[in-house]
Every structure is written in structure tokens, then in C-alpha cells.
Design a protein around this ligand. Structure first.
Ligand code: GTP
Ligand code: NA
Ligand code: MG
Length: 340
């Protein structure tokens, strides 16, 4: 039997609408606080094991899971980083579109929806910062519906109005959307989950719906099985003390082993090199800021890892790579990247 691949979930949205804060709340980390100017400037990656998801969803958990976890991709929302949002969008099996519910759709929200529409990526809308709705009474990590039941009518109406605006904005892009608890068929209607990335409210439902979508997608789509040949995307090329030039990558298919030969689309020509080391961040740690990488012999998709290999000087961020076993494989890879 083929192995199930960890689904890739990209988090997209306008600058400062709360992407990194949401991931911090899930991971129980403080990556946002370390960012220069509070702005994300690179794509991040974090593996969230299914047990952590179950723990956050414990009050409402009602699905049988087959996936090992989710690989979350954090993307920058600043307008300068369209190429990175596009890359994050292209990698995604599923996505979270995050919108500050008080601000509504903004230019990079629209850009993100367009990317998702282009790639036909199923997504969930996280209507974030509900704790800022005047009068909102917060409770830490509570399911949204539990928190909702505790609000007064005036506060409820304020949130409802904001949700209707989001439904209208999504309609302009050709999507029918509704608040998640009013949806019967999640394959036809985009779910809007009100959340707070600061208090954690609504995150249980958000994760439950994502897991549900991922499994639904699994049944219908063989894209979520590991196919064999290792394939990935270069996120960053970095000099690391004692290791030389290394690459942070997302492996999106197959299994990559130390000793494998890989071909990478380089500046001028395809670079062929051997994998000397594979460094894995700990579960629930952001690869971008991880300091305690674990050296592993092999890694299976999807995963964010740091690769150690000779001849990485000419590699460009954004390039594709693939494991190759013969001259024929290299030739095919060269022809394919030339076309792209
Ligand atoms: P970029 O990556 O730069 O596009 O921003 P981002 O979408 O990752 O947003 P970030 O997580 O940096 O959050 C921006 C600001 O909003 C920070 O000051 C957060 O503390 C704040 N914030 C995020 N989510 C919430 C929320 O749910 N409630 C409140 N009150 N503030 C939030
Ligand atoms: Na930010
Ligand atoms: Mg961010």
C-alpha cells in the first residue's frame, strides 16, 4: 500500500492579518515577536503532528483520522512578496485564507484569493481578531460556538455583519461562502470560521474543518499519496556555520535519502549534486527559526528540511529539485525545467 503524504496547508492573507500569530497559537511559540518590524519576509514551514491537533480540538473531535499531521506553510502578506505568496499557493494542497474581520478584504487578500482560484486549491477562511469586536467576551482556546453562545445580541450582530461582508467579497470572486456551522456541503461552500489568533477561540473548528477537507481530498485525489521519486522546492539558500551553503526546502513528494543524487534548476544550468545531510526541525517548530535541527537519514513528503550538499552556490530560491538515478532522468529534468 502506498504511504499517505502529509498534506500541505498554506496560510495566506494581507499583511498583519494574523498568519504567523495563528501558527504561534497552534505551536505555542513566539515567532511573530522575533520578526523584524513584525513583518514576515520568508516562507516558513512547520509540521504539526495529528496528536497536537487532536489535543487542541479535544472538545469537538469527531473524525477518524488517517493523515499523520499537517505541514503548515507561513507566507508573507506584505505587498513586496507576491512571488513568495504565489510559491506558497502553488505548493498548497489546502489553504487557510486569513482575514482581519474588522478590516475585511484588502489588496493582498484579493491577490491570495486569485492565487487559490488559479490553482483550484480548497480553502477555509479564518475570520481573525474576533476578540477585537467591541463587547466580545473571550475564553482561551474555546470552540467558536461555545464562545458565541456567551456573547450578547449586540456583539453577535456586529460579528454577523462582518461575516456578511466577507460572504459578499468572496462572492465577487465566484465563491459561495457561509459561516461554517450553516454549511451542509463543504465541497460546494467555502467555510468561514471566526477565530482569534490571540485567544485561540475558533481554532478547534478551524483545524477540524481542515482535517476534514484533507481527508475528503485524500479519498478523491491520489495527489496525497507518496509517489516515490523525491521532488521539492527550494525556499532559501543559506550559509550555515560549519556546513557551508545549505538549502531550506519543502519536499512535496516522495522520500529523500542521504546519498541520493538530486538535480536542481540553477541560474544557468541544472546543478547535479549529492545529498550529504538532511536536517529536520522538531515537530511544531518553525523551520525558519529552529536552532535544534535533527540529522536524519531520510525524510518523507511533505516536510520542510534543510539540505546539506556540495555545489549549492548557484541555486536560486524558488527552484525545483528532483531525485535522479540516471543520465536519462537528468536529461528529462533539464527539458522539463527549460519549458517552465
Ligand atoms: P505578515 O506575515 O507580515 O503578513 O503578518 P501576519 O499576517 O503574519 O500577522 P502577524 O501574525 O504578524 O500579526 C500582526 C499583528 O496583529 C500582531 O501585532 C498580532 O499580535 C496581531 N494579531 C494577530 N492576530 C490577532 C488576533 O486574533 N487578535 C488581536 N487582538 N490581535 C491579533
Ligand atoms: Na506581520
Ligand atoms: Mg507573518
Amino acid at each position: 500500500m502506498k504511504q499517505l503524504r502529509t498534506p500541505i496547508v498554506s496560510v495566506l492573507g494581507h499583511v498583519d492579518h494574523g498568519k504567523t500569530t495563528l501558527l504561534d497559537k497552534i505551536r505555542r511559540t513566539r515567532v511573530t515577536a522575533k520578526e523584524a518590524g513584525g513583518i514576515t519576509q520568508h516562507i516558513g514551514a512547520t509540521e504539526i503532528p495529528i496528536d497536537l491537533i487532536k489535543q487542541i480540538c479535544k472538545d469537538i473531535w469527531n473524525v477518524k483520522v488517517t493523515i499523520p499531521g499537517l505541514l503548515f506553510i507561513d507566507t508573507p502578506g506584505h505587498k513586496a512578496f507576491t512571488n513568495l505568496r504565489r510559491r506558497g499557493g502553488a505548493l498548497a494542497d489546502l489553504a487557510i485564507l486569513i482575514v482581519d474581520v474588522n478590516e475585511g478584504f484588502k489588496p493582498q487578500t484579493e491577490e491570495a484569493v486569485s492565487i487559490l482560484r488559479t490553482f483550484k486549491t480548497p480553502f477555509v477562511v479564518a475570520a481573525n481578531k474576533i476578540d477585537r469586536i467591541p463587547g466580545w467576551q473571550s475564553s482561551e482556546y474555546a470552540p467558536f460556538l461555545k464562545s458565541w453562545a456567551q456573547q450578547d445580541d449586540f456583539t453577535k450582530q456586529k460579528l454577523e455583519n462582518k461575516i456578511y461582508e466577507l460572504i459578499g467579497d468572496l462572492y465577487r470572486f465566484g465563491f459561495s461562502a457561509d459561516r461554517f456551522d450553516r454549511i451542509k456541503d463543504f465541497t460546494r461552500t467555502v467555510a468561514i470560521v471566526p477565530i482569534s489568533a490571540i485567544t485561540g477561540e475558533g481554532i478547534p473548528e478551524l483545524l477540524m474543518i481542515l482535517v476534514g477537507l484533507a481527508q475528503k481530498y485524500l479519498e478523491e485525489n491520489l495527489r496525497l499519496q507518496v509517489e516515490g521519486k523525491a521532488k521539492g522546492t527550494i525556499l532559501e539558500v543559506k550559509e550555515e556555520k560549519g556546513l557551508g551553503i545549505t538549502c531550506d526546502v519543502i519536499l512535496y513528494d516522495g522520500t529523500l535519502k542521504v546519498g541520493d543524487t538530486i538535480a536542481i534548476a540553477g541560474k544557468d544550468d541544472v546543478i547535479v549534486t549529492h545529498v550529504k545531510g538532511i536536517l529536520k526541525p522538531r515537530p511544531a517548530k518553525e523551520m525558519r527559526v529552529e536552532s535544534k535541527f535533527q540529522s536524519v537519514k531520510s525524510v518523507t513528503a511533505a516536510a520542510g528540511v534543510k539540505l546539506v550538499a556540495p555545489n549549492l552556490e548557484g541555486v536560486l530560491a524558488g527552484s525545483e529539485f528532483e531525485a535522479v538515478e540516471s543520465e536519462e532522468d537528468i536529461k528529462n529534468f533539464r527539458e522539463r525545467v527549460k519549458k517552465e
